[in-house]
Write a protein that binds this ligand. Structure first.
Ligand code: G3I
Length: 400
């Protein structure tokens, strides 16, 4: 750096206090034993024997969402080294695995289960009932008319018996119902007005799905899974749903907090409140889809336009903020270890994240299926970089 060009207050527009903070974090987060950069060695840098799962062996399993593509080639070595739980990202969803009444596509799901079993990796099942990636045929009667509630629940039961039954004893926890709570600020509207809700004329399908899942595999742990579960309004709605399920003696073990987070979201207080509230009901918690996008909140762009400020990449300032957020949330996870039974990342490395393909990724953790542009703007949300090497954020969660 040419010090003659350094302005007293900032360097290239970055204020000096921010630079000092970044340097401090890098010094704290870089492991003492990391002697060569990972790109120099071509291997995963750091302790030769330890992965995330080993650093957290006294806390909770550390998982990752996988596709068929990630089971082959370089991702698979990283998965085996770092993780001891996997979740199929898409391959067990109703629309994919059960696209018509008499057809089940087992091949991908079976391969993922076999991969996990052969490497002693636990499997979370995702998911048994959702309003997205649904099986359209389920909602039509025999003659194309809207299906009745009775027939829909029978089909749901058959589906759950087939899928949870096939993997009985292999899948240790299921996201039974996904995202059934309404997103609006209207506190009186607890449930999402999905096809499931509308056809059942209420939330009965939720309790039914849990009962069917428990019948199909009594040993599996059963979770309700949702996003933005730390935001106060949604948190209260999820709490109401869970309380009702417990009052009705529905077999539920815990809550999946998806954890599609941002640099400033959740705050430590919000995260603690969400944990305190659901654990007060006697439920366990799994962080099921963790990622922390570096995209800054901004208004949704008009279709086909480049959003203002988009594409600035993974700047040192954004990296420092991501490191701080990852450190904060894992500090809290460890404090709540007796309630937390899994922490799973949604995708393997920054080479590919579901957020990259969505304009909605700009907002961080936008709801799946929301109407967003398809422009690729990277979110850099994970602990491994585009070359599958450990990021400084990685060291902020394992150096404790
Ligand atoms: O399989 C088709 C392929 O045949 C086609 O050529 C291609 C063209 O776009 O699309 C492929 O399907 C895509 C599918 O992922 C598999 O890659 C869909 O378009 C795409 O919409 C779908 O996105 C998935 C999304 O759920 C659907 O809502 C993401 O991969 C997956 O990460 C995401 O996961 C959800 C969780 O299940 C629930 N919580 C939110 C989370 C993020 O949205």
């Amino acid at each position: 750096m040419n010090f003659s060009t350094v302005n007293k207050k900032n360097v290239r527009g970055i204020p000096l206090p921010v630079i000092a903070f970044i340097i401090l974090l890098f010094v704290q987060c870089t492991p003492k034993h990391q002697v060569a950069s990972s790109s120099q060695t071509g291997t995963i840098a750091g302790h030769p024997d330890k992965g995330l799962k080993d650093y957290y062996k006294n806390y909770f399993p550390i998982g990752v969402a996988v596709s068929m593509a990630s089971l082959h080639g370089p991702d698979s070595a990283l998965i085996i080294k770092e993780f001891n739980s996997i979740t199929p990202e898409n391959d067990m969803k109703m629309g994919l695995i059960h696209p018509s009444e008499s057809i089940y596509h087992w091949a991908n799901a079976d391969k993922i289960v076999d991969f996990a079993a052969s490497h002693h990796i636990k499997i979370r099942g995702h998911n048994l009932c959702w309003h997205n990636q649904e099986a359209a045929w389920m909602f039509k009667g025999p003659n194309g008319e809207p299906v009745t509630k009775e027939l829909l629940l029978k089909r749901l039961k058959d589906h759950i018996f087939a899928v949870a039954g096939r993997y009985k004893g292999k899948i240790y926890a299921w996201d039974v119902v996904n995202e059934a709570v309404d997103d609006s600020n209207d506190t009186t509207q607890v449930y999402r007005k999905s096809n499931w809700y509308n056809i059942c004329n209420g939330p009965d399908f939720i309790a039914a799905a849990f009962r069917y899942a428990h019948e199909a595999d009594p040993q599996a742990k059963l979770y309700y899974n949702d996003y933005n579960s730390e935001h106060p309004v949604k948190r209260e709605k999820i709490y109401k749903l869970l309380k009702k399920l417990i009052e009705d003696r529905v077999p539920i073990d815990g809550v999946g907090m998806q954890a599609h987070w941002k640099l400033n979201d959740p705050s430590p207080d919000e995260l603690r409140k969400a944990l305190d509230e659901v654990t007060s009901l006697g439920l366990k918690v799994q962080f099921t889809e963790l990622d922390i996008t570096v995209r800054l909140p901004q208004s949704t762009p008009s279709p086909g336009t480049t959003p203002q400020g988009a594409g600035q990449g993974y700047t040192p300032e954004l990296e420092a903020r991501q490191i701080a957020q990852y450190k904060m949330v894992f500090d809290i996870f460890r404090q709540y270890k007796k309630f937390i039974t899994n922490v799973t990342f949604w995708n393997v490395s920054d080479r590919y994240s579901w957020l990259d393909g969505r304009g909605g990724g700009l907002m961080g953790g936008a709801a799946a299926g929301s109407n967003t542009s398809r422009q690729i703007i990277k979110a850099y949300p994970l602990l491994f970089d585009e070359n599958r090497q450990r990021k400084n954020a990685y060291w902020s969660v394992v150096n404790f």
